[in-house]
Design a protein around this ligand. Sequence first.
Ligand SMILES: *Cc1c(COP(=O)(O)O)cnc(C)c1O
Length: 476
Amino acid sequence: MTEPKMDLTKEQSPPRYLVDKFRKDDKIDGRRKTSFEEYHNGQFGALKETDAEVYGLIKKEYQRLQNNIELLAAENQCSPAVLAALGSVVQNKTAEGFPGARFHGGCEVIDDVERLAIDRAKEAFGTRYANVQPHSGTGANHIVITAVLEAGDKILGLSSEQGGHYSHGDAVSLTGRFFDVENYYLDKKTFLLDYDAIRDKAVKVKPKLIICGASAYVRTIDFKKFRAIADEVGAYLLADISHISGLVMAGAHPSPVEYAHFITTSTYKPGGPRGGLILMGKEYDKNIKIQGKDMPLWKRIEDTTFPGVQGTPYLNHIAAKAVFFKEMLSDEYRNRQFKIIENAKKLAAVLADLGLDVLTKGTDNHMVLINAGNSRQGLTGVTAQKCLEECGITVDKMRLPYDEKAPAITSGIRLGTPIVTRNGMGTEQMQSIARLIDAVLKRVEIISETEYRINSSFREQVKAEVAGLCDSFAMR
Ligand SMILES: *Cc1c(COP(=O)(O)O)cnc(C)c1O
């Protein structure tokens, strides 16, 4: 009796690109083990075959990035090495817990991956403790906040209407729903942090946690002053350095490591993979008494990370963070952080010379804030963003301190120099870009708060200049 042949092709056929490949290689069954390189190099072939639609969209996004000047403060561009780690088999690993203490099997390799990421993060930032598991900067804040506070405890943070992040206690965030939140505000005339006013507010409201750090603040943050205020009222200090962590790491902005109990950052803003990071300095093993338990702060942070706020960590992101922290430690990365600031200062200076209203008349970091309405009668943040985008220059509309426009309209725009600097642009190109921005904002015909018209031959002229810059300073 011969056994009936089973037709496996119906349900279990291997991807077409593999079958074709093995046919060519004369090893036809499609189950041969592929080499590591072969497996990962087939990725885009597999994607194209499985889903031409998503493949097409990713390609379109790649082309968009190649052909526009990305002047974004909240974005960066990671290296191909980081991308490779993100797209690797490490993504398959489920590993609840921390290195050496996992709830799942088969973790010895990824334990080494996570330990490497931790060691490099500590080295890069000069900290005693690093937690590389947070899925995002927002998540890192949720972890710290829920680690040290009980429901109903008080947070003092910068208002989200003035550059604070919503994860610092905004009403729309869980941090605003489950904790008692008080805000401090920027000085109405200078748009700077007013440390005396923050101190007075802290003394008055007695927060258990003070949060500093912002998404839209162009000047240096004095972490030492924040710590003195926190000590005076017996509060923990969280420094959220999401926007400036690259600058901090390189020494281009003062570091909070000596002052803050906790430091959080997103990992994509300084140029790594999407994700978050929690750091602690010398007080990492200080005791905290919470929920009837006594434990060191680092342990409380880990218990709150998992299972408190998150489930399984994203090991592919952790591998990519390890790669990124290694890049951070290079001279190229450190030097670039100073160039980012130099470029932002140049951009701000030229724009101010051309008559635009640059907030605080300049910048200390990677970011430039512009009051569009004060720069051009009737211009709003959203119109400025849209007309610049049409000309190939990507910026964010931004609510400015004491902004009277609705969040969807806004008075301002926020520019940032991390991406253009990464692609090799310098102060000469900043001058050209500032002139293009000024030309577009002067030329645009304003119809309403959200509508505008732009002369098409003028637009094509700007786009041609943008294309020239993009060709000379391509994505790297
Ligand atoms: C961007 C940002 C975050 C959020 O990071 P995500 O990874 O996007 O969640 C948190 N805090 C500040 C100050 C930020 O600017």
